[in-house]
Ligand binder design. Structure first.
Ligand code: ADP
Length: 369
């Protein structure tokens, strides 16, 4: 069977069209559609059980969807009448546990997916003589992931971060149309994750391949991806840039899942809304037929506090404050009893019982009820 062709013109590297997958009674994925361009990194973000891994497995060809289609470099790899197995899809996979072959060296691991001739040649050479130079593509990949000089090490001699990079080099070596990464940071030390995210992003950008990764960690998705597809109950609820997802969530679930959120009732007033925090401008004024009452969302960093006096009838009251150095999170009780969370710089340190006025710094987001 022929493999998927090289990419032509400006066709997206990867297209999922209305992909659905059911296991018995469970609808794991419902009509998921998205496209990934070459050189683009897309995150599938959502809580556990929302269908992220199943979507990834359908793309890779480890699961057959019940409906929909997947195209790679413009070619259908699965639909109701087509089936290409994983090895003919030009997909590179980085499993959650990296799944390096323990009995193969780093170089042999990276060379594993290369065309058979090249691999067999090298394995033969290795058997004869340990210190043979790795094939050019293997050396190039190890250099790309910052592990040149590691070709003869074995997986048990690697740190978690290094093993991740070997798995990535192995996935990229055969020049796939897309790489798929399943929870790529879940097996790594919490302290390492932030720096490894940046390294992963620059490796994927340098490789200029399409990438899709699965995560339930909002920070990971927002910091690593060019676009984030937020999934819930098998559906993609919204797909957009990190900024769109964070500041223009289209649903209440997304608003609260991708970041800390204050949600308050609002009443339509001109192109904004009247709220307990006063009049707010809306970034997305609801359509006229959406009614006059809706909720508004403000992120903690979109609020500020001003001191006031205990006899100010409009005062709010500081409930608690957590000081982090670079910023502080201050919870405030409004007159109605509703609480809001603010994230502030630390030039003023707030204390419980301080009387304050809450100031809205930004446009608010209207949410459907
Ligand atoms: P996520 O990756 O977002 O945690 P999954 O795609 O693993 O979610 O699972 C989505 C849903 O499908 C869950 O309810 C899960 O229990 C179910 N599921 C996944 N794989 C199987 C399977 N092989 N057999 C039965 N149910 C499955």
């Amino acid at each position: 069977m022929n493999s998927v062709p090289e990419r032509r013109d400006d066709t997206p590297a990867l297209i999922a069209q209305s992909v659905s997958k059911t296991f018995g009674e469970t609808v794991a994925v419902r009509e998921a559609s998205f496209e990934v361009e070459r050189g683009e990194i897309v995150a599938l973000l959502g809580p556990s059980g929302c269908g992220k891994s199943t979507t990834l497995r359908v793309l890779a060809g480890f699961e057959r969807p019940d409906g929909g289609a997947v195209k790679i470099n413009g070619e259908v790899v699965v639909d109701e009448s087509t089936w290409r197995p994983p090895e003919h899809r030009r997909i590179g996979m980085v499993p959650q546990d990296f799944a390096l072959f323990p009995h193969l060296s780093v170089g042999e691991n990276v060379g594993f997916g290369l065309p058979d001739g090249q691999r067999a040649w090298w394995t033969r050479q290795l058997r004869r003589l340990r210190h043979v130079e790795a094939p050019a593509r293997v050396r190039e990949m190890l250099e790309l992931v910052g592990l040149d000089g590691f070709a003869e090490r074995f997986p048990h001699e690697l740190s978690g971060g290094e093993a991740q990079r070997v798995a990535l080099a192995r996935a990229l070596a055969p020049q796939p149309a897309a790489v798929l990464l399943d929870e790529p940071f879940s097996n790594l030390d919490q302290n390492l994750r932030a720096s490894l995210r940046l390294a992963m992003r620059s490796i994927l950008k340098a490789a200029d391949t399409a990438a899709v990764f699965v995560t339930h960690d909002r920070e990971e998705a927002l910091s690593l991806a060019d676009r984030v597809a937020v999934m819930r109950l098998g559906r993609i609820e919204q797909i957009g840039t990190p900024d769109e997802i964070y500041y223009r969530p289209q649903t209440r679930f997304i608003g609260t899942f991708v970041g800390d959120a204050n949600i308050l009732p609002g009443r339509r007033l001109r192109s904004g809304a009247e709220t307990e925090l006063g009049y707010v401008i809306l970034a997305n004024p609801p359509a006229d037929d959406a009614g006059d009452s809706f909720d508004i969302l403000l992120r903690p960093e979109q609020l500020a506090l001003k001191p006031t006096t205990h006899d100010d009838p409009e005062r709010a009251t500081v409930m608690s404050s957590e000081y982090y150095g670079h910023d502080q999170v201050v919870r405030v009780r409004l007159r109605s009893g509703a609480e809001v969370e603010t994230r502030l710089r630390t030039e003023v340190v707030w204390h419980p019982d301080d009387p304050v006025t809450v100031v809205v710094l930004d446009d608010a987001i209207a949410l459907p009820r």
